[in-house]
Design a protein around this ligand. Structure first.
Ligand SMILES: Nc1ncnc2c1ncn2[C@@H]1O[C@H](COP(=O)(O)OP(=O)(O)OP(=O)(O)O)[C@@H](O)[C@H]1O
Length: 251
């Protein structure tokens, strides 16, 4: 297997009396879909936040390309090629898909005046959506007029457009119907096929096995199992999450 792209080693994080992470480990390799699973409160979101610069670990190490890094914040992590698609999407609902793709990173025509170059943004957005096989009914409609699945695709496209290394997706299909869910899973595979690593947090075990190459399991703030999706069943995943399987080498 290739060298890890992004790694957490012995990460601890406490919120008041709650020890959210207790020496957690995590490994993502280049160009794979790796699912991060665990019961409610296992520490998945907290771990993802430490790996994407939103939270600073109390102790432990984050390594990017084999070298220890300390992210100053999410923007610092983004600069290093790490993007996150949040559960609440964080889209601007009154803006169209192209404007959302460039939200906070607008292309200006004449930098001193900060005139937005909508033409360039529209063209680049259309290319980005095309490349990912995303078809929207109306590119100039505010995203509030899109379906939940289409909005999710815009959020994923935005992360992928800027991520050179890793995209974290926290429950990207949670609010979606069956067809839309399938579209987002296809999109995740296409992102992986472009060489970008996808880290998927999901409570949907069949979905995890359908789309992930590997699965890492967190329980009570530490990694308890690392599994190859093709050799694993839903029962084994549930067993690992609930304490029935604890691989000694997972730490
Ligand atoms: N900002 C915070 N302040 C206080 N406690 C927190 C905070 N964030 C997380 N926690 C606690 O840390 C623990 C781990 O939470 P986390 O959200 O990382 O788990 P999770 O595995 O993502 O859970 P879920 O699947 O329910 O989203 C929980 O007990 C949670 O209540």
């Amino acid at each position: 297997m290739t060298d890890p792209l992004l790694e957490a080693r012995g990460v601890t994080k406490r919120f008041g009396h709650v020890q959210a992470l207790r020496g957690a480990a995590f490994t993502a390799h280049p160009g794979e879909v790796v699912a991060l699973i665990g019961d409610n409160g296992a520490g998945k979101s907290t771990l993802v936040k430490t790996l994407s610069g939103a939270l600073r670990p109390d102790a432990g190490e984050i390594l990017l390309d084999g070298r220890p890094v300390e992210f100053a914040g999410p923007v610092d992590a983004q600069r290093r090629g790490i993007e996150t698609v949040y559960q609440d999407l964080a889209l601007a609902h009154d803006l169209d898909a192209a404007a959302n793709l460039f939200l906070g990173r607008e292309v200006t025509r004449f930098p001193p005046l900060h005139l937005l170059d909508r033409g360039v943004m529209r063209r680049r957005a259309a290319e980005a959506f095309d490349e990912l096989g995303i078809r929207l009914p109306d590119m100039s409609a505010p995203v509030r007029q899109l379906s939940g699945g289409q909005r999710q695709c815009v959020a994923v496209a935005r992360a992928v457009a800027w991520a050179s290394k890793v995209v974290f997706m926290d429950e990207p299909t949670a609010a979606l119907g069956v067809v839309q869910r399938g579209q987002v899973l296809d999109l995740i595979r296409r992102v992986r096929d472009r060489g970008v690593t996808v880290v998927l947090i999901s409570h949907n075990m069949p979905e995890v096995l359908a789309v992930a190459d590997r699965v890492e399991v967190l329980r009570l703030g530490r990694r308890v199992a690392r599994l190859t999706a093709a050799d694993t069943t839903v029962e084994e995943l549930v067993s690992a999450m609930t304490g029935g399987l604890d691989q000694e080498d997972a730490a």
